[in-house]
Design a protein around this ligand. Structure first.
Ligand code: LMR
Length: 345
């Protein structure tokens, strides 16, 4: 009797265990199915060569912040500043090989992929940064965002840092003052021709190496916007900065064509909306950052800032504008004309 009761109990216990198991599994199933469906977040490695307290550095961080607020769980952005992941020499290659997913190299660094973007390097072509921005909104300039499509590079937006100044170990007031000096330049033959026009020499050198080369004396000058001069402490090793504003340092925010196309449509649309917002903010903040950097350099007093009269500046323009003609055919006469049309003279 007892034995049979025990066996009923055992059967009941077994039954209860089975129904508990079934209940638990049933509860877990949707969760497991969801887990199987859930994709790992898309990872965007954004590599760049400048400090975080620069227009590009801040733009990259704002992009990360907005993506993480609005696409939480779907997209993760990792920002690598100061050439910590890739530098000038290898970043575009890394993008094409899928090792990084976003970059914002200066337009001077795309020469190997398109000649048309060289229009942005032509000295004194644009009267000021506002003219550069106006050109970037025109159709001709928008078309250039896709000028490297055949090489798998997808242009997302233009970002601007600021107008470039000349730093040197001697006072540069007249174009002939630069003669014989060796300048570090970005990898652009227009910039090579620009300094060649002055009788100066050039070395194409990654951004990360310029400060050491100035310290070592292997180069005697550089060009760049105030924010880069300040963040790299160039004013501590160059006794003179001529405020020439002869060209802009502008960037193209790029991704790889295959990577961008692989992002699901809705996520991609949200990313593109974020990029539009960030580009606006980079543009707005760049002026303040450059003004503050200029003021900081003057206050630190390690270098002498040379401001030029309109007449002195005009002499540099006259000396350098023959470079436009040299590059007209490579860039395209239509692109050059569209760029010149934005000046309000
Ligand atoms: C340079 O090489 O001087 C600049 O392109 C660096 C940068 O990205 O601002």
């Amino acid at each position: 009797m007892q034995a049979s009761r025990r066996s009923i109990c055992n059967r009941k216990g077994m039954c209860m265990f089975k129904s508990l198991l079934c209940f638990t599994l049933a509860a877990l199933l949707p969760c497991a199915a969801a887990l199987a469906d859930a994709k790992a977040p898309i990872v965007i490695k954004f590599s760049h060569v400048v400090g975080e307290d620069t227009p590009k550095g801040k733009g990259a961080l704002l992009f990360k912040q907005l993506v993480e607020e609005r696409l939480e769980g779907a997209v993760v952005v990792e920002v690598y500043p100061n050439s910590t992941l890739f530098g000038d020499a290898d970043e575009v290659g890394a993008l094409r090989e899928g090792k990084v997913q976003m970059l914002a190299p200066s337009l001077s660094k795309f020469e190997a992929y398109t000649k048309q973007l060289q229009v942005f390097d032509l000295p004194f072509l644009f009267d000021d940064l506002e003219a550069v921005k106006r050109f970037q909104k025109r159709d001709k300039s928008r078309e250039l965002l896709h000028s490297m499509s055949a090489q798998g590079i997808y242009g997302l937006a233009y970002w601007n840092n600021g107008m470039k100044q000349l730093t040197a170990n001697r006072e540069l007031r007249k174009p002939e003052d630069a003669k014989g000096l060796v300048f570090r330049i970005q990898p652009s033959s227009v910039l090579e021709a620009q300094f060649g026009q002055l009788g100066a020499k050039t070395v194409k050198m990654p951004f990360a190496e310029a400060f050491k080369a100035l310290q070592a004396g292997t180069i005697q000058g550089t060009e760049g916007p105030w924010s880069n001069i300040a963040s790299q402490k160039v004013d501590t090793v160059q006794p003179f900065i001529s405020e020439l504003n002869h060209g802009s340092l502008s960037y193209m925010l790029v991704s790889s064509k295959t990577f961008w196309a692989s992002i699901p449509y809705q996520v991609r649309s949200e990313l593109e909306a974020i990029i539009e917002e960030v580009s606006y903010s980079v543009s707005k903040d760049a002026e303040t950052l450059n003004n503050n950097a200029r003021a900081g350099i003057i206050a630190a007093g390690k270098t002498q800032v040379i401001t030029l009269t309109a007449q002195e500046r005009a002499a540099w323009r006259t000396a350098l504008s023959p470079v436009w003609k040299t590059y007209e055919a490579e860039i395209g006469a239509d692109v050059l004309r569209a760029a010149q049309a934005v000046n309000r003279r």
